[in-house]
Every structure is written in structure tokens, then in C-alpha cells.
Design a protein around this ligand. Sequence first.
Ligand code: FAS
Ligand code: PHB
Length: 388
Amino acid sequence: MRTQVCIIGGGPSGLLLSQLLHRAGIDTVVLERQSQDYVLARVRAGVLEWGTVEMLNEAGVGARMEKEGFVHTGTYLAARNKGFRIDFDQLIGKKVMVYGQTEVTRDLYAARASMDGVVIHGTEGVALHALDTDAPFVTFTKDGTEHRIDCDYVAGCDGFHGPSRKAIPANVLKEYERVYPFGWLGVLSHTPPVSHELIYANHERGFALCSMRNANLSRYYVQCPLTDKVEDWSDSAFWDELKRRIPEDAAETLVTGPTIEKSIAPLRSFVAEPMRWGRLFLVGDAAHIVPPTGAKGLNLAASDVHYLYHGLVQFYQGDDEGVTKYSEKALARVWKSERFSWSLTTMLHRFPNQSAFDQRMQEADLDYLESSDAAKKVLAENYVGLPF
Ligand code: FAS
Ligand code: PHB
């Protein structure tokens, strides 16, 4: 088999890149280890930066998002039983879209199918070859049969645990990492959201977040120790803890109910450099991970796709500047989003052995934010997404 761009990974990065390239007349094949149902069953991101919204519309997959998504012009931060709002619209004239990653991925799968895009599920043993030549190829097995795909480029959209990053020689690859000493216990429930916008709460017992997917599907998180297991948390224990950590006026109106999904995600900050080696590009979680506090994970994947898509279109028009500069341009935005996600995580979470002074510093940070439009503007422009 031969294609122009072989894409490893059928998550949001791989599907969005494939969809955009196909619409530009560039041939791709997507290799995905899991079934489509498995990929769609993963509950992950919820907030889309406006740049991501515009890319999904450019890719022709924004119709349902525009109809069913929630446009938010602000968000709430809370500490010591009171909250305050960061008004994105009033401060910087921007907004975000709340529309779950699951739905984005569902829309992308539907669009790939409607265009007869080639997405091969159930691939095993994907291996990357000859990346430092002008004739790279990828091998894999499916249903016991060996396959080879010859291509011009390989896009590693295979997430944190995929093979692409590991295909870059150890003496070339540089990794930066911070692992946080806590996780997020997240639940989904068929209940109306407690607030019309998100609430990020700092509390001495730990961080909490109130989010949503639609008018009757809520997404909540509480910070938990890394040693916790999902089975340690009954529904009532979760609801009680969430109520302790959010402001009383929200806790009093919180509608609880049976959880339909419960999972614990570890938090880390991670960046791999470079994001290109020979004919391989790293995209999305294959290259970087952020703690979900700043809602940047999915959105950074989208900006990587933006740079790579335009670079590849340029390449096939005879100009290789875009692909040459891909890593430099993508990393410039990645590191600024890593900084924002790290700073918001540090301000809002309870760290082990945190002293009373440390807690007061976090609260002073939040008090300053509440009192200063300048400080609010800084948070707002990072949260809604820096320009591509
Ligand atoms: P993905 O990991 O989504 O997709 C990679 C794909 O590659 C997967 O489908 C995988 O099956 C496939 N793959 C891996 N190895 C392969 C192989 N050898 N062969 C073929 N295919 C292979 N972000 C937020 O903004 N907010 C959140 O709340 C949030 N919560 C998260 C919770 C969890 C548990 C995780 C893991 C991530 C979360 N994220 C969140 C980040 C998440 O949304 C990612 O940023 C986003 O999925 C990135 O998309 P991709 O780069 O496509 O990677
Ligand atoms: C979510 O809705 O899952 C969500 C929203 C904002 C975040 C993280 C997760 O920062």
C-alpha cells in the first residue's frame, strides 16, 4: 500500500489531520489500535478554544458542535467558600465552546466515513521504518496478516503511550517532565449542571471542578491521592466531597444522581523535543501532556494539527518551509500552554506537606486575581487560547 501521509492514531489529532488533508487533496491512511467504539468510550476533554472551533468548522465537522455545544463567555474561580467570575468577553472579547472530546471524535469519525477516508482499526505491532530517508514506511499486522505502507511522511498522532516518540533516537530526543503528586477523580452524571459556567475551586481539602457536557449531563472532578482507586469512591462519598469543596451556594443547589462514568486520571506536565525527526512528525499527546486544569490537552493537539496541515499543504505545493519549521512553531505554543497549565494547577491544588503559608499564598493569588482586571486579562487570554 502507498499513501502520502501515514497517520498513526485515530484519536482527535489523527482524525482531524486526516480530514483536513483529505479535503486539501492529500492522501492519508490512519492506523488505530483500538475499535472505534473503544476510542469513543474514553471520556476526556470538555472545553474547546475558539481556534479549535474554527479548525473543526474548516474541516467541515462543526455543524453538530454549533448546534449542541455551549458557548461560554467566562468561568468561575472559587476559594474559601466564595467564587468570582473571569469575564472573557468583557476583558478580551473572546469566548470558548463547551463540547466534549467524545463528540468531537464522533463527528470526525462520521466525516471520515462520509468521505471514504481510510481508517484501519485493530492494527497491531505498528512499527516505523527509514524515517531518516526520503522513503519512510510503516509496518503493522491486522488479523494476523503483515502489511506495509510506503509514504512521504509519518504523523505520530498515537498519544503518550504510542510508538512514534520512541522511534526518535535517544541521542536526539529530549524529554521534560513533572509528575504531580495527585490525580483527578472524574464522574459523569445525568444531572443538570450546578452552574451555567465552569467552577474551578481551590480548597484546603483539595481541588474540585464543576463542568458539563449538556443541559442534562454534568462532569465533575475532585482531586484525589494517586493511591486511590475508583472502587474506593462510592457515589455518595464523591458527592459529599464535591459539596465540601465548592462554595456553599453551589453545594446547596447541586443536583446529585447515579454516576454513569467514574475514572481517575494522573496529572503530568510533559514535553518531548523535537517534534520532528526526518520524515516523522509528533502531534498532540505523542509529543506533550498537560494537567487538565487549563483545558489545554485537546486544544494543543489542534494547534499542532494546524501547523502540520498547513506545512504539508505547502510542501505538496513545492515549498518545504512549513514542514521545516513545524517543530519550532508548534513547540513555541506548546511551552506557553504548558506554563499556563502548570501555573493554574499549582494555584488550585493541595500539595502533600503543603504548609499553612503555602495555602495562604494560593488564596492570596486568587484574591489578587479577583481584585485586578490586569491579572484577570492574563488568565483569560491564556485560558481562551493563545493565537496560532
Ligand atoms: P489520544 O491519546 O487521544 O489518541 C491517540 C490514539 O492513538 C488513541 O486512539 C490510541 O488508541 C492510538 N494508539 C496508541 N498507540 C497506538 C499504536 N501502537 N498503534 C495504533 N494506534 C495507537 N484534555 C483536556 O483538555 N481536558 C481534559 O479534561 C482531559 N482529560 C483527560 C483524561 C485522560 C484520562 C487522558 C488520558 C487525557 C485527558 N485529556 C484532557 C487530554 C486529552 O484530551 C488529549 O489531549 C487528547 O486526547 C489528545 O489527542 P491525541 O493527541 O489524538 O491523543
Ligand atoms: C471537562 O469538562 O472535562 C473539563 C473542563 C475543563 C477542564 C478540564 C476538564 O479544565
